[in-house]
Design a protein around this ligand. Structure first.
Ligand SMILES: [Zn+2]
Length: 372
């Protein structure tokens, strides 16, 4: 059994219920903890838009070095389900649940690392500039907390999300934008046995439209997929309505727009040709971000990874995180791997070795920020 402070902190955090939308208890815990650590703390009013129990929490640790870059770290307080009454266990260098729930290392490993880093900065009297810590609500509900985050709460130069799988040292330098496509395809009902020629099958329209779409891996930066296709009715009626939900993702906004337009046109044109109709709504979920080695946010992370004795690895992600919204709002943010494994499953587990590495990395990043 490992009884280090960060392990103890992590185990305490995962035992607080915080399934997404129900973040009040964990938010109050984080507010108290940050106040105990002498941070200036506020909770924003994003809950009015998200309808979640808590807003995002922002803590400021004032630094003595006024020339340092102002940086921030972010993690999220909510978890997926089943995430209530988690019973953490330690075995073979891992922390895991008892198998009946998730563990919640996503993203309480990030929160535990933030608290540990603040402790270490104080105890070791490490020189630093102003550092902000933003603990987001509603990440697992589609990044809604960060979507409704007002950037005025983070007057910083750049920062880091602590929320990716992969061993510590992996730096997620780009992540795609995602669009969701919701379509209603309308045909015309008729008796399928008596007068089928009077009907227009919404199922046939949709099936034909899909065959005209490029799907799956479109190119290096772009993917697309149909999530559901639903037309229901008795066999003796020509089906007059289909609901289709699809998505497209790309690291490039222009390519995403092209893909979405192609899918939309396939539905509309096919419907028109077959005397039906297609109504298509497109919702952009989050923007893409893309940084390179030339960007300070990446460079400092790479230097820091080297300082902790690992080799930095730059990774392109296929998914979104709070880093997408924050970068989209103009605060350069990359996501960092923190070592958790099998997230969003009951087999989720956290290697203790990686948990200990996260604050080490954060301290080195903080030191990079004061270097001229
Ligand atoms: Zn997460």
């Amino acid at each position: 059994m490992n009884d280090l402070r960060i392990v103890h902190q992590f185990i305490e955090l995962v035992q607080i219920n915080s399934e997404t939308t129900k973040e009040r208890e964990i938010a109050d815990y984080i507010l108290d903890k940050m106040k105990d650590l002498d941070l200036e703390v506020l909770e924003d009013d994003s809950y009015k838009d998200t309808q979640h129990e808590a807003g995002n929490i922002i803590g400021k640790l004032t630094g003595k070095n006024e020339n340092a870059d102002k940086i921030y770290f972010t993690a999220h307080m909510d978890t997926v389900t089943p995430g209530n009454n988690i019973q953490p266990q330690q075995k073979d260098g891992y922390i895991m649940s008892d198998g009946s729930t998730i563990l919640g290392a996503d993203d309480k490993a990030g929160i535990a690392a933030i608290f540990e880093t603040i402790h270490l900065l104080k105890e070791k009297d490490i020189e630093h500039g102003d550092i902000y810590f933003a603990i987001m609500s509603g990440e697992e509900s589609g990044l809604v907390g960060s979507r409704h985050f007002d950037k005025k709460h983070l007057p910083v130069d750049y920062g880091y999300a602590l929320d990716s799988d992969g061993t510590v040292g992996h730096i997620i330098t780009s992540a795609p934008s995602q669009a969701k496509i919701y379509a209603t395809i309308t045909g015309k009902a008729a008796h399928a046995g008596v007068q089928p020629e009077k009907g227009v099958s919404a199922i046939s329209i949709t099936a034909k439209a899909i065959t005209k779409m490029s799907l799956g891996r479109i190119d290096e930066e772009t993917t697309a997929n149909i999530g559901s296709f639903e037309g229901r009715g008795p066999t003796n009626v020509v089906c007059d309505e289909v609901l289709l939900v699809a998505e497209a993702r790309s690291l490039s906004k222009a390519k995403l727009d092209t893909q979405v337009e192609m899918m939309t046109n396939a539905l509309k044109e096919t419907a028109e040709q077959m005397n039906g109709k297609a109504k298509v709504n497109v919702e952009y979920m989050y923007p893409a971000y893309h940084f390179s080695k030339e960007d300070k946010v990446v460079r400092n992370a790479m230097e820091a990874v080297t300082k902790i004795g690992r080799t930095p690895k730059l990774v392109k992600s296929g998914g979104g995180s709070d880093a997408n919204h924050l970068s989209g709002k103009g605060i350069p943010t990359v996501n960092l791997a923190i070592g958790y494994e099998n997230i969003h499953t009951k087999h989720e587990k956290m290697p203790v070795e990686e948990l200990l590495k996260i604050p080490e990395l954060m301290i080195e990043i903080i030191k990079q920020a004061i270097k001229k």
